[in-house]
Design a protein around this ligand. Structure first.
Ligand code: ZN
Length: 350
């Protein structure tokens, strides 16, 4: 079968990966949706010359990288752009004054629009995959289906989840559990390899043990996507329940593990860093959001040194993950007092 090909030439090609290379005047040949060759433009062009039906793109002055990943996104948060929500003196007031009011007010039409616009912005900034954490408590049922339709129409690969929380009571939490379960169950019949699901939880401090146990039963082995130790309030609530912290509680209840994502992990003890590593939990750091909420800075070097996989997320602050990379480098250098750290680490996170 004849396959159309795309040949990109004369670019600055950044390969990333273990054998990270920067190729000046580089070329990339894509055929049948797969990258077939990467190298000097002249070398790759000889391969392209032997093919029929080749679209040629002169990318002189452009940078070509593998598709970037935003590992903790809230597409719906983009509807908050420009909203003033009164004075919030701490993290929990920010949640109550802004985010929980917004997600309670959304309709399914809002959900679709709030997904399409940032999805386009993601693609325009090089992001091809998002791991999204959705909430629209005014329109829970069917909302993940709407988000999926929007992001796949734009062309992003996506892993979706709905954040279960007890903040609106048991019936709303049950509806959120059902939304996760129904969406995850629907994946098999969709036959779309670029669409996946995790089971979403808001955070330890807004979830009773009873609700978490319901989620574990409904998830049936699927991994979780949860905010964890983003603010001291999450840790204090876990300690009042007899745990060492939010990580400790989520590990003991069986939420964290090799299929799960813990977003933020700022307020963690050394033992909890060890727990994140030993359980194989993926951590996602979100520096711009953390600065905006004044909740602290994750000790990413310690997480990496312990063996954790650490991804980078924008937490809905931006669709441009390169902005977030820049923020990650700057915040870690400031925290460490060292101007030569974290550049390659930040590149590896996306
Ligand atoms: Zn978040």
């Amino acid at each position: 079968m004849r396959q159309s090909a795309i040949f990109v030439k004369n670019a600055w090609v950044l390969t990333f990966g273990e054998d990270a290379r920067v190729i000046h005047g580089g070329g990339v040949l894509i055929r049948g949706g797969l990258i077939e060759a990467v190298g000097a433009s002249d070398d790759v062009e000889r391969l392209a010359d032997g093919l029929d039906d080749v679209t040629r793109i002169d990318a002189r002055g452009c940078v070509v990288t593998p598709g970037l990943v935003n590992a903790h996104m809230h597409l719906y948060s983009t509807f908050a752009c420009g909203i003033a929500a009164g004075v919030s003196r701490n993290f929990t007031e920010i949640l109550k004054n802004l985010w929980w009011r917004l997600d309670r007010a959304m309709t399914l039409d809002d959900v679709r629009l709030s997904a399409v616009v940032p999805a386009i912005r993601c693609l325009k900034s090089g992001v091809t995959t998002i791991i999204d954490h959705h909430a629209s408590f005014g329109a829970t049922k069917g909302s993940l289906d709407v988000v999926a339709g929007a992001v796949r129409e734009v062309g992003l690969r996506a892993c979706l989840a709905y954040e279960v929380s007890d903040r609106w009571g048991e019936a709303e939490a049950d509806a959120a559990i059902a939304e996760n379960a129904e969406f995850i169950a629907s994946l098999a019949s969709r036959g779309d390899p670029d669409l996946a699901g995790l089971f979403g939880l808001h955070a330890s401090f807004t979830l009773s043990e009873r609700t978490i146990r319901k989620c574990l039963e409904a998830a049936n082995g699927v991994g979780f996507h949860v905010h964890c130790a983003e603010d001291r309030a999450d840790v204090e609530a876990a300690r009042e329940m007899g745990f060492a912290g939010a990580v400790d509680r989520l590990v003991r209840l069986g939420v964290l593990g090799p299929r799960s994502i813990a977003a933020h992990c700022i307020h963690v003890t050394r033992e909890e860093v060890g727990l994140l590593a030993s359980t194989g939990t993926t951590v996602v750091t979100n520096p711009q959001s953390n600065m905006n909420n004044a909740v602290g800075v994750a000790d990413v070097p310690a997480l990496l040194a312990a063996g954790c996989t650490v991804g980078l997320g924008s937490d809905g602050m931006t669709a441009d993950i390169l902005e977030e990379m820049r923020a990650e480098v700057f915040t870690q250098r400031q925290r460490l007092g060292s101007p030569d750290r974290m550049f390659m680490e930040a590149c590896a996170m996306v």
